[in-house]
Design a protein around this ligand. Sequence first.
Ligand SMILES: Nc1ncnc2c1ncn2[C@@H]1O[C@H](COP(=O)(O)OP(=O)(O)OP(=O)(O)O)[C@@H](O)[C@H]1O
Ligand SMILES: [Mg+2]
Length: 710
Amino acid sequence: MAYQATAVDAMESCGFEFLGMLGLGHETRLFWHPGKRVELAVVQHSDSLLVKGMKKYFVTGQSKDGRETYVRDLPGLMRYMEDHFPEAHLYLGFFRDLSIRFVPGAPETEAAATRLTRASEELQTISANGAKHQKIITALKDVSEFGEASQVLRTRVKKSDQDSAALRSEMQSLRERLTGLHEMMAQYREHGRASALAFGYSSPVFCCEPQSLAATVDAVVDDVMNTHHTSVRQKLEGGQLQVFIEELSFPWMMYSAEAVGLYAPGQIERLAAEVPSIDLGEIEEALSSMLIVSPAEDIDVRGHRTPAKRIAAQAFREFLKRVDAVEPPSTGTRLPEEGVLIGHIMQGSRQTDTPLFLPLDSLVHGYCSGISGSGKSFLSRVIAEGAIADGRNLVVLDPGNQWAGLLLPEDRSDVLARFREFGMDPSSARGFPANYCKPDSMTQEVSSRLEDPDGQPTVFSFKGLPKANMCDLAAKMLQHLFHTHARSESDGLRTLVIIEEAHRFTKLRSDDDTTKKAVAAVEDAIDLIAREGRKYGLNVFLVSQTIRDFTHSAATIRQNTTTKVFMRSSDRELDYAADYIRDPRQLTSLQPGEAIVCNPLFGSVKVRVRPPFSKVIELSARDSATLLGGAASPSSTTAASDEAEALLRVVEDHYRETGEPIIMSHAMIKIGVTSGRKKMALVNTLERQGLIRTQKLKKLGAPRVLFPVE
Ligand SMILES: Nc1ncnc2c1ncn2[C@@H]1O[C@H](COP(=O)(O)OP(=O)(O)OP(=O)(O)O)[C@@H](O)[C@H]1O
Ligand SMILES: [Mg+2]
């Protein structure tokens, strides 16, 4: 069959190893990618192949500071996992035949028993020597010249009596301890259960012809890896469980977890004894790290009853300690060194000097929530400016008139006063060249604007449009963006679509059928881009008050937005945020402009957001009309020279103030340029014009510095 001839080769060329075959009516071949730890099931069905990918995990680890904040009961943990991972398949196997090796206290019992045996051997030797010496003393009693020697022997007898007494008392307490431990172990064997907590994610089933197997495998792996990064890791690592996950490093370990009945520790031991040729040590060892031992009932040792719940928690903690090989992500995580400068990291209420950069290619769809006045519009402007500075396409859907200010420099003194806190020069405030449109329907011009003919960002303002028209138009724009991008795949971000006040496009609060239909179309289009836009380099950044603003696509947004930004929120957002940040209550006390930014690159980080260079302000109809007149719509050439001018100013100011040249990357932060290409272009322009000169320092990293030319 075509499949048999080519499949294994095709799979091997994709880095997969053939694991084996399952005969479940259809022959299912299992493959494993050791590097990516992805498992594939491939089934032949008439002339087609059905391919499904899986990634599997088990719970591990706990916060480094050792706080006991994980759930205290296993059913509770189970419920949490089911509620928060509807897409995961959870296995929590209980089995009763605990092997003695897995019972708490077993190593202690073993150590005490060994010591007891040694002590009793020592006692025998000491007693025998004591008795021997006593005999000699009796025999020598009448011989006076041996008086001195018998004195020595008497001292020895006394010493051995003392040693024997000490040993007897130690043995007595060891026996008592052993009895206690044996009783506890007996209790555990009677009531204790071992369980393995593992869960997995499965991709949808993909269907393909045998000749396109390799391409399908790529798509499946992509799906699995994407969910791995965006959903599973992020949720658990920022989440309230404070337990972490470890991926299974051997595919068969999951089968062990699924088939705990077969691999119950006691049964493995019995099997190993019955069939010595089978080496089950490896399975046993790997399985032991996945075990939680918890009692089914209270454990009562000599009238001392310990509540079962506590023991479960302790056992769970012991289990976590045993497998805690994974570094908790937010401690010691390296922060990205390049990307959009979001702001400075905060420690409690103190703003540090540590910048938080967000690489645009790691944004992979964003979601920003917060109550009115929390700073969402400022934050999304910061991201927009980063995208423009980095040469990406930017489309803004603005239900109001706030984004016209993108074209204008910030000029309010209270906002400018904050520039220096972030190492930004107030004189670098500037507007960005952009197309500003107020369309009322989907025209040829709108479509061509969306295709970004001139490389300039486009702001679409919907101010004044009735809701039905606004949503209908927004849905069409999003669909158009998706279809034009879907023509070719892209590794990185090509176009960022910021949807400001997304709830105004989405909330289903209308009796009118046309509006309802238009609203549903927007949600569908957002849903589509969130699920599939990434591979075409099309990302959305949704700005809204709460996740509840999205009705049917909320699950997609939860799962597919990799970057979450939480700003001050009321109680209704906390449940959702709890999946990503340890203490969601802190959201209620954030100040305007403070945010918790979550991304798998750095976990969750509290940030004071930098002020944008341009002005975030709701313009009056008249002001925006003036702007529309083109007066404030500079061309991109002016913008380039604006940036070059800002750079020159920074270089000159720095030299005047310090007498030193400025490090190039520091100068770029001050003017908000992050793209490597753009940085070099600006420096080259000024150098060519003879306005600056550059030099590479002979220190670590060979930083380039910029001098003004007098
Ligand atoms: N990064 C920032 N730098 C300086 N000031 C800020 C910043 N973020 C917020 N502010 C202050 O907080 C105010 C509210 O911010 P912003 O308009 O972004 O809130 P919002 O969440 O978009 O509110 P709404 O939902 O009403 O649109 C701003 O007018 C400004 O004074
Ligand atoms: Mg706003």
